[in-house]
Design a protein around this ligand. Structure first.
Ligand SMILES: Nc1nc2c(c(=O)[nH]1)N[C@H]1C(S)=C(S)[C@@H](COP(=O)(O)O)O[C@H]1N2
Ligand SMILES: [Mo]
Length: 421
């Protein structure tokens, strides 16, 4: 059984005690009102059961593309196949969903506040959403958010966790205010080294006091112009699934730094030690290890800027083409905090490489569009492999890179199949 399974409430002992604590009296009372009758056998009703007569829960798949792959429903983890990511600005329909807990469905935007606290603020301060919007200047950026575990499915021995293939990445347009402007308004002490976030999602085990995830970034990243407290995605309110009504957005770093349903930021005088900052969570070995090795905790380091990577988003893998026509292959490339400087493809497994057209990013930390016209003089089966190179000259490997215990940072070349007739 994988770790993910152990975390599922379905695997927890289903004692009467548990059920009673989960199905609080108030919940039962509320259900009874909607149903118009008491639930006679409430005590033996399964923990997570929703009576058929109750209106359906919020459904995060509503409005998502047909081809989205559901990796897990509790919590919701969903990814698109690469060809669904063809747009320069990823639409809501194709954005992957990564949740560690339960989506907070009972959000009251009118009473929503953001508190800035922690040992390295002069004095804790709380703002309403309206105050934030009125007081600080808004900015809009296209920002790449990629899950640290994107590509995990490629590692062997397999790492536990969602078996993401290529789709746990997107670049949408975020609008919000700069975290640095808000921190300046609050007043930060000189010993500040890190920020941490808290969101309103709920722990899978139903315990309201348990934090689902609370990660963060060093002050230098927190104070970048592009680090936003965002309230809009692609020009509209952030969809609930992606963090409504407020989200910390930190492009170029593992998307786990971008806290959804944000209600508190702490400024710390040490590296933030919140949930999923410690142990092997979002950490990789400080040195190369053999596949399957156990790595002592003190030899693990926190993932910061994500490595150079690219996607082929057109055509769809396996597509058929006529050899008399040129095939325009296209996609995106990104490199964490850096820009991508070159994009190449090969159709002969790396024997020869062809240089692609590569656009500049819309802004810092946005992904870059690339394209190339390929001709295939001879009918048959081909693979197109894509390789990006970052501003420091570092390229994507053609093989799966350094194995690590949690299966992070697989930035191997993406490849598609093309059949020419
Ligand atoms: N509050 C909260 N924020 C969160 C998470 C979460 O579980 N809870 N998951 C993080 C992780 S691991 C990822 S990869 C991204 C996913 O963002 P998305 O659902 O918009 O794709 O959100 C991050 N922010
Ligand atoms: Mo993630």
């Amino acid at each position: 059984m994988s770790k993910t399974d152990l975390n599922s409430p379905y695997q927890k002992p289903n004692s009467f005690q548990n059920r009673r604590t989960f199905l609080q009296k108030s919940t039962l009372a509320a259900m009874s009102i909607v149903l118009g009758a008491d639930i006679v056998h409430a005590a033996t009703m399964p923990r997570d059961y929703i009576p058929v007569m109750l209106p359906a829960n919020f459904n995060p798949m509503k409005g998502k593309s047909e081809g989205m792959i559901i990796r897990n429903e509790k919590p919701w983890n969903v990814e698109p196949t690469p060809h669904l990511l063809n747009d320069a600005v990823t639409p809501f329909a194709s954005i992957f969903i990564r949740n560690n807990g339960l989506i907070p469905e009972d959000i009251d935007v009118n009473s929503w506040t953001l508190t800035i606290g922690g040992e390295s603020v002069s004095k804790e301060k709380t703002y309403t959403l309206n105050e934030l919007k009125k007081k600080f200047k808004p900015y809009t950026y296209q920002l790449v958010l990629e899950c640290g575990g994107n590509g995990r499915a490629g590692f062997y021995p397999p790492a536990s966790g969602n078996q993401w293939e290529e789709g746990a990445v997107y670049c949408s347009e975020w609008t919000g205010i700069r975290l640095k402007d808000v921190l300046a308004d609050v007043g930060i002490k000189s010993d500040a080294v890190y920020i941490g976030y808290y969101g309103k999602d709920k722990h899978l085990n139903g315990d309201p006091n348990k934090v689902v995830i609370s990660r963060g970034a060093p002050m230098a990243k927190a104070l970048e112009d592009e680090t936003l407290l965002a309230f809009q995605l692609n020009g509209k309110d952030i969809p609930l699934t992606h963090g409504y009504p407020l989200r910390l957005v930190c492009g170029g770093w593992p998307a786990s730094v971008s806290g959804k349903w944000l209600h508190k930021i702490v400024v710390r005088n040490k590296v933030h030690d919140g949930e999923k900052m410690m142990g092997d969570a979002y950490r990789v070995p400080k040195y190369p290890v053999a596949p399957g090795d156990k790595v002592p905790e003190e030899d693990m380091k926190i993932i910061e800027s994500m490595p150079v990577k690219s996607l082929i988003t057109y055509p769809k893998s396996g597509a058929m083409f006529d050899k008399s026509k040129k095939l325009t292959v296209q996609g995106h490339a990104w490199a964490g905090d850096l820009e991508v400087r070159e994009m190449q493809v090969t159709t002969d497994f790396g024997a020869t490489w062809q240089k692609c057209n590569l656009k500049k990013p819309a802004n810092r930390l946005a992904w870059q569009q690339w394209s190339i016209d390929l001709s295939f003089p001879q009918a048959g089966y081909y693979e197109v492999w894509a390789k990006a190179t970052d501003a420091q000259g570092i390229s994507q490997p053609m093989v799966i890179p350094g194995w690590n215990p949690k299966g992070y940072l697989n930035n191997a070349c993406h490849r598609i199949a093309v059949k020419v007739s």
